[in-house]
Design a protein around this ligand. Structure first.
Ligand SMILES: [Zn+2]
Length: 353
């Protein structure tokens, strides 16, 4: 009966994303899921005209349910509200897929609500809180028009082991379109004799920088992609990232950074960026001296920030994700798990030492 926090708060995320993608947001309010946040009611305020948003949305962790309520005199029906954003009433509850599938058998006749009610109180990851508080606009996909030329290699980022041996590469492609350039990436793995178009071992980029940070105690920047790592390095910092950007950081990447003095995670200013940065920070907490989570003062990423004329030391904290000094309370424990980290199941040519 372990709680499954990865599903907790899911209904909130699903409903907020649906409201925003249908342009009934961004929400007004504290951004705290457990307080009422206001959106335009899809039923009676969905005419595109300006309204004072009257759809209240809040998350009740006790029920593991997101409550949706039209506060206007019309008191629009839940089912209709949900229908307008492509959802059903049952989407108001966090669904716990494993349990839902079993509910006919191991849980007897118990309803999904009963099992969901065991969800723990603290259900929101810091990344989800940060996303809510940031009130991101829903990104609109730019219309690039028709492709007007072949895709071309714009850059190749080579990933190496600490021995210098090549493991793989990420290739950045640019494809010209009528109204701009589409970028894409693919990975290839070096077998020792040839390149295969597949992924490769979970290795941070520029391992030399990672090792230097460990050896000297210098700050290490973790960016979302190679382009920003290049910019950080040009600004005189040690920097790294994982291949293929947001969402692809793993505990294997984090192992290489254990013992670093201070890690600066640079979060791209969007949902995927915040989730990514939260994941990187969580994977390092307790294993490094301090983790900071910072973001561009202007624009979306570190490149934009530097292009706007700001220094790399002028990044600003991400609310909820950045908790300076938090690690200090844990430093004593942080020193100890080093041996536990050397899990015998990961026989490590991968480990630096
Ligand atoms: Zn309404």
């Amino acid at each position: 009966m372990n709680p499954q926090p990865e599903y907790a708060g899911r209904s909130w995320r699903v409903i907020i994303d649906a409201l925003e993608s249908h342009h009934y947001g961004p929400g007004k309010g504290s951004g705290q899921p457990e307080a009422w946040n206001r959106y335009m009611c899809p039923v009676h305020e969905g005419d595109g005209a300006h309204h004072t948003p009257s759809l209240g949305v809040r998350y009740d962790p006790r029920q593991a349910k997101t409550i949706v309520r039209c506060f206007s005199g019309t008191r629009c029906d839940d089912a209709e509200v949900m229908g307008r954003i492509g959802l059903r009433v049952r989407d108001m509850w966090d669904r716990l897929p494993e349990r839902a599938r079993n509910s006919g058998t191991s849980f007897g006749g118990r309803s999904a609500t009963t099992t969901a009610a065991r969800t723990p109180r603290q259900v929101f990851s810091r990344a989800e809180q940060a996303i809510l508080a940031a009130h991101f606009e829903r990104p609109t996909k730019p219309d690039l028009g028709a492709q007007i030329g072949p895709a071309e290699v714009a850059d190749t980022y080579v990933y190496r082991w600490h021995t210098g041996q090549v493991e793989g590469a990420v290739v950045r492609m640019h494809t010209p379109h009528e109204h701009g350039t589409a970028k894409s990436f693919f990975q290839k793995h070096w077998t020792g004799t040839e390149w295969e178009n597949t992924g490769f071992a979970p290795l941070p980029w520029h391992l030399g920088d990672v090792r230097e940070a460990l050896d000297t105690g210098r700050e290490l920047y973790v960016c979302e992609g190679e382009k920003d790592v290049q910019r950080a390095r040009r600004a005189g910092q040690l920097a790294t990232c994982n291949a293929m950007g947001a969402g692809k950081w793993t505990p294997e990447h984090a192992k290489w950074l254990r013992g670093a003095g201070r890690v600066i995670v640079v979060a791209d200013r969007d949902r995927a960026g915040y989730r990514h940065a939260g994941k990187v920070a969580d994977s390092l907490e307790g294993h490094v001296g301090e983790v900071r989570v910072l973001q561009a003062r202007d624009g979306k990423d570190l490149s934009d920030h530097l292009d706007a004329g700001h220094g790399i030391d002028e990044l600003e904290p991400v609310r909820y994700l950045d908790r300076p000094g938090f690690q200090h309370q844990h430093q004593h424990q942080a020193a100890a798990p080093a041996s536990r980290g050397r899990d015998p199941s990961t026989t490590d040519r991968r480990r630096a030492r």
